[in-house]
Design a protein around this ligand. Structure first.
Ligand code: ADP
Ligand code: MG
Length: 261
């Protein structure tokens, strides 16, 4: 199968250094370090409540760490490390940077009152980066690539969960992202719809974009991951290649998790 939507933006690096995040008194991220090279595919595994979504939201600058920092493609968010003279990104530029990061949610989050093609096109033209005409043209192309050309004018309620998620992936690609984040993209789907969505993500992997994928699909993780991270209770307890982390799990929490799957 051909690679999907070869990136027109260079893939970016992600550097996460000693990130801590609290919600009230709940210390949710407890010192996360992670280094992702441009084009690398990182899969994050771990039990519910371990902080996976919060970590993705921190990478996307939807959460600001109280300690530590996140650096996406050389742009800094969070607390400046000691001796680092770079300025933290101002709010306006955080918004601009977020538009260059594609985020795919568990619950699709499509606009219910817009058709599939409008959902995909709206970002680029609403922000004035593209004319409506060229945004719509590209949206139709992206929908064709995810196998949904026939559904371009359908509303989300007329689509299956798997189709909605493929629209959401096309939408994430519309901004020509250098980084794609997936938060359990197949967890809300009926089992028979999971494969189509994973196939689309697999083709994206071949396109060379930097990707961080939170999933419980272990077989898929084995297939695509350059780097596997296992999170437990707000920290990455193990990370490395598939062989290192999954084939002969050295960490007891990973062993326990895998036997329960
Ligand atoms: P995971 O994605 O691994 O299931 P989350 O990152 O969603 O874990 O949640 C980690 C912890 O942070 C949980 O205890 C959760 O209740 C808490 N949490 C997440 N988001 C919020 C929020 N916006 N406000 C308060 N607590 C939150
Ligand atoms: Mg989550």
């Amino acid at each position: 199968m051909t690679a999907l939507a070869a990136p027109t933006t260079d893939p970016v690096s992600v550097e996460i250094v000693d990130v801590h995040k609290w919600f009230g008194r709940n210390h949710v991220l407890r010192g996360v370090d992670l280094s992702i090279a441009p084009g690398q595919v990182t899969v994050i595994l771990g039990p519910s409540g371990s902080g996976k979504s919060t970590l993705l939201r921190t990478i996307n600058h939807l959460e600001r760490p109280e300690i530590g920092h996140v650096d996406v493609g050389g742009e800094l968010i969070g607390v400046r490390p000691h001796g680092d003279r770079r300025k933290e990104l101002p709010e306006r530029e955080i918004l601009a940077q977020r538009r260059r990061i594609g985020f795919v949610f568990q619950q699709f989050n499509l606009f219910p009152n817009l058709t599939a093609v409008e959902n995909v096109a709206v970002g680029p033209y609403a922000t004035g980066r593209e004319s409506r005409e060229s945004a719509v043209e590209r949206a139709r192309e992206l929908l064709t690539q995810v196998g949904l050309s026939a559904k371009a004018d359908a509303y989300p309620r007329q689509l299956s969960g798997g189709q909605q998620q493929r629209v959401a992936i096309a939408r994430a690609l519309a901004s020509r992202p250098g980084l794609l984040l997936f938060d359990e993209p197949t967890s809300a789907l009926d089992p028979e719809l999971v494969r189509d969505v994973l196939d689309v993500i697999r083709r994206l992997v071949d396109s060379g974009t930097t990707m961080v994928i939170v999933t419980h699909e272990i077989a898929f993780a084995r297939d695509v991951a350059d780097l596997v991270c296992f999170m437990d209770d707000g920290v990455i307890v193990d990370n490395g290649s598939v062989a290192d982390v999954l084939d002969d799990p050295r960490h007891p929490r990973v062993r326990e998790f895998l036997t329960r799957m």
